[in-house]
Design a protein around this ligand. Structure first.
Ligand code: SF4
Length: 296
């Protein structure tokens, strides 16, 4: 369907999302509050031809600027501010869901959380940290010994190598203490920017970057905060539009949003307080035009 034509999408029940009364009847109180505010002006983008997924200019921000020239800017400060305000209302004081009592435990838990749920990781780590209470204890074992104990988290061979390798590197180069600098964290086996940002933000309280996990990846694209597909580029885009003092909280909020409402398949748009300012192409219910490019 041509862009600019969609103003309503059918609900899952097949009923048209029409009047506020009808729509409101299926919304949570919080969602109704968000819709009542009606403070965002850019509801009807008018570009006729969507940009391709790969920006011709090579960056999501430049693609967004092309849209801005046509009257809609998903990165307009007012829109970004509204997204952040609504996230603050919906997810107050959210924190990292991975259980940990030290920076090292958070490193291990984050490595284990790749392609695995936090709930599963939280089931595995208490026994693990009881058996190996320090980085030195992990450094003293072979990865093969660790494998069966983390098997349920998936990719257990690679994760075992990463955890033991990180422990040994920590003992050799950092005196067994997890460093609080990005460059040093990135020297640990199995630690990339996502894990480093989790540790820096959630343990050390340092906003060095934005955690880009699968939820942040998906929802940043749905909300048109980026058109990039690579975590490193997505992080760069987010760092340009989200105020630095919000970087840590924003990640936690988006991760919670991704678990509860903006799930990968069939997001619960009818319940989402961001619905009237979200133009994602794969929304399941919409009161605004949807953009093909704003997809997972
Ligand atoms: S409206 Fe739907 S797609 Fe958009 S943020 Fe909310 S749940 Fe996600």
């Amino acid at each position: 369907m041509a862009r600019g034509k969609i103003t309503r999408q059918p609900s899952k029940s097949g009923k048209q999302a029409g009047s506020g009364k009808q729509a409101g009847a299926r919304r949570t109180p919080l969602a109704k509050l968000a819709v009542k505010r009606q403070v965002v002006p850019q509801r009807a983008p008018v570009a006729k031809k969507m940009p391709s997924k790969k920006s011709p200019t090579g960056t999501g921000l430049k693609t967004a600027n092309l849209k801005a020239a046509k009257g809609y800017n998903p990165l307009a400060p007012q829109r970004i501010g509204e997204i952040l305000t609504r996230l603050d209302t919906l997810y107050q004081n959210v924190v990292c869901a991975l259980h940990h009592k030290s920076a090292w435990e958070l490193v291990v838990a984050t490595i284990l959380s790749a392609q695995c749920t936090d709930v599963r990781v939280n089931m595995v780590t208490p026994g693990l940290f009881a058996k190996y209470p320090t980085p030195a204890a992990f450094a003293a074992i072979e990865p093969e010994e660790l494998e069966p104990q983390i098997r349920s988290t998936g990719f257990f061979r690679n994760k075992a190598k990463s955890v033991v390798g990180a422990a040994r590197k920590l003992m050799q180069d950092f005196g067994g203490v997890v460093p609080d600098e990005m460059d040093k964290l990135l020297t640990l086996p199995g630690v990339a920017r996502k894990t480093a940002n989790v540790v820096l933000g959630s343990w050390f309280g340092k906003a060095v970057g934005v955690v880009v996990d699968t939820h942040v990846h998906r929802i940043s694209r749905r909300l048109e905060l980026t058109t990039n597909d690579e975590p490193v580029k997505i992080e760069q885009d987010l760092m340009k539009v989200i105020p630095q003092e919000k970087w840590i909280l924003f990640s936690h909020q988006i991760i919670h949003h991704g678990r509860g409402l903006c799930i990968a398949r069939k997001p619960k748009c009818v319940e989402c307080p961001l619905e009237d300012i979200c133009h994602a192409g794969d929304k399941t219910w919409s009161t605004v035009e949807m953009h093909e490019a704003a997809k997972v």
